[in-house]
Design a protein around this ligand. Structure first.
Ligand code: AMP
Length: 284
């Protein structure tokens, strides 16, 4: 596996792959790999000849007081894991290489970014769309794989690729979970033992909401949201940032529960650890 840190290097490698008729798959990450990341890398490997993984904790998508400075980091560990699943290039730029002095561009998407995580984290999606645009231009992928765990992010990236004519197929990968049901996340490493049950309540809440939709023929959005909230709020460690039922494509709030409705939620544990989860309400 090649490990590179500059845009020039990774772009030259990508161009050479393209010149040789090879298909490139990109997986953008912030590192501290878990099985979720590795599943995305394997998916990229199934869809492309060469896999490039970017590892960059993107400062411009973090707000003041968020966990930028504490974000878990171990390049050696991550290189080993990426290599084991057959990644060809690990691209790990520094902040200064990504945003040199004088950098002054922001990519902003309207609409999709205003609610849910966008409402709680102003500027977050501008940071995401700006860095992903750069990563697309730096790594020249044919396909790029993103996780459905960050459901709003995936919708935003699809919009980005469409609006800015990136000739890149955007693939969404289902959430990879621990046996317990907890959605895997690098941020789970912040959880202390006694916070695990609180974290588990996200997936348990979703399971209760889904069960209600299955058991009751006519179920309202309000009933679903209350059922999920009741499970989560049994844990005093949990503050609910949002629980919403949204259309899976537009992310607009649903008035009725349909087969296109997604249950999406964000919960902060002990004011420190913000976790996301989501699921279709009906079906798998
Ligand atoms: P991150 O390093 O957290 O920015 O995540 C990098 C990519 O991995 C994003 O596309 C995430 O949506 C995806 N991802 C993170 N956790 C999971 C998971 N548990 N299952 C599937 N994809 C995930």
């Amino acid at each position: 596996m090649k490990i590179v840190s500059t845009a020039v290097e990774v772009q030259a490698i990508a161009q050479e792959y393209r010149d040789n008729g090879l298909k490139i798959g990109l997986v953008p990450t912030m590192g501290w790999f878990h099985e979720g990341h590795l599943a995305l890398m394997k998916e990229a490997g199934n869809r492309a000849d060469k896999v490039i993984v970017s590892l960059f904790v993107n400062p411009i998508q973090f707000g003041l007081g968020e966990d930028l400075d504490n974000y878990p980091h171990d390049l050696e560990r991550d290189c080993k894991l990426a290599e084991e699943v057959g990644v060809d290039v690990l691209y790990a730029p520094t902040k200064d290489l990504m945003y040199p002095g004088g950098f002054s561009t922001t990519v902003h998407i309207e609409g999709l970014t205003s609610g849910l995580c966008g409402a709680d984290r102003p500027g977050h999606f501008d940071g995401v769309t700006t860095v992903v645009s750069k990563l697309f231009n730096q790594t020249l992928p044919h396909v790029a794989v993103f996780g459905e765990k960050d459901f709003q992010q995936l919708a935003v990236i699809r919009q980005l690729a469409c609006d800015l004519d990136f000739p890149i197929e955007i693939i969404g990968h289902p959430i990879v979970r621990e046996k317990s049901g907890l959605a895997m996340s690098s941020r789970n490493s912040y959880l202390k033992k006694d916070e695990l049950n609180a974290a588990l309540s996200l997936s348990e809440g979703i399971a209760s909401g889904r069960k209600l939709a299955l058991d009751k023929k006519e179920v309202s959005v309000q009933e679903i949201k209350k059922t999920v909230a009741d499970v989560i709020l049994k844990h005093p460690e949990c503050d609910i940032d949002y629980i919403e039922v949204v259309d899976q494509a537009t992310l607009q709030k649903c008035e009725d529960v349909t087969s296109d409705s997604m249950l999406v939620l964000a919960v902060t544990i002990n004011k420190r650890i913000r976790l996301l989860d989501n699921s279709k309400i009906k079906g798998s």
